[in-house]
Design a protein around this ligand. Structure first.
Ligand code: NAD
Length: 259
């Protein structure tokens, strides 16, 4: 019997087999959870997401199109879940977006207003927007996580506007935890070390970041997506019932180092 037996929740952010959300889903499934999914609108996106979900053993998933930048689409998906299932126990926010032309070393100061606002909207505000719609469905309490990165707290060349968006995401985690705690809903973030995914490859100098972790992190290696999946499953389960408002690092220990 897995520690997520009898728990049901929504996972947002599977683009393909390499997505961190795919590894999180795999850990949750292994522990007995029922997972619902969304994909970015568009036939090609749906096909890729479906293929990734099939790769972890679900042949006929609950899958809905959703652009998290649209309040109408967010409303529609959460209403559909409410109508079909009545309640959920967990939410996984595993999405981010910033124009990759501005995710390059030496390009931060010139970030255009629209690029900055879109990064903040899609990478941070969407956690608030989803939490606010998920909370009324968490009638027996619940747990949610979002994915962050050390660039929220330290200046990482090339991470730029995404770093500022992750800082907003981590602050939003604390404010959401404060407000939703009375309903026994826990809100945390996982700060993952670098993992080769489609989004990560958009960050200029990403390969150097991977090499640097191997040189400097206490564990002398990069993390795997499975390690993020397992830590996420723990945070979404009752095993972590006393933990809320936290940013939990799954990064081979890199974040503790001073040099
Ligand atoms: N890969 C890493 O090194 C790393 C490290 C730390 C944190 N993260 C974070 O993990 C999360 C998942 O990223 P990933 O690395 O798995 O890459 P990914 O490209 O596989 O996933 C990003 C997801 O964001 C979704 N997305 C973007 N805009 C959206 C929108 N408007 N509406 C709905 N979905 C949208 C994409 O469809 C995709 O599924 C992101 O928050 C990312 O910042 C990644």
């Amino acid at each position: 019997m897995g520690f997520m037996n009898g728990k049901r929740g929504l996972i947002v952010g599977i683009a393909n087999e390499h997505s961190i959300a795919t590894a999180i889903a795999q850990s949750l499934l292994r522990e007995g959870a029922q997972c619902l999914f969304t994909h970015l609108p568009g036939e090609k996106n749906e096909r890729r997401t479906r293929k990734a979900i099939e790769s972890i053993g679900i042949a006929d998933p609950w899958l809905a199109a959703m652009d998290a930048g649209s309040d109408q689409e967010l409303d529609a998906v959460f209403a559909k879940i409410g109508a079909e299932f009545g309640s959920i126990d967990f939410l996984v926010h595993c999405i981010a977006y910033a124009d990759k032309d501005w995710l390059k070393p030496e390009k931060f100061a010139g970030t255009p207003r629209a690029v900055f606002n879109t990064a903040l909207d899609l990478s941070a505000y969407t956690y608030i927007a989803m939490a606010n719609r998920a909370a009324p469905l968490m009638t027996n309490g619940g747990s949610m996580i979002a994915l962050s990165y050390l660039g929220a707290e330290r200046a990482v060349p090339g991470y730029n506007a995404m770093g500022v968006a992750k800082a907003a995401l981590e602050a939003s985690t604390r404010y959401l935890a404060m407000e939703l705690g009375a309903k026994n809903i826990r809100v945390n973030a996982v700060s993952a070390g670098p993992v080769r995914t489609m989004s990560a490859m958009a960050v200029g100098g990403f390969s150097e970041i991977l090499d640097w972790v191997v040189k400097k992190a206490p564990l002398k290696r990069n993390i795997t997506a499975t390690e993020v999946g397992d830590a996420s499953a723990f945070l979404l389960s009752s095993l972590s019932s006393g933990i809320t408002g936290q940013v939990v690092y799954v990064d081979s220990g890199y974040s503790i180092m001073g040099l």
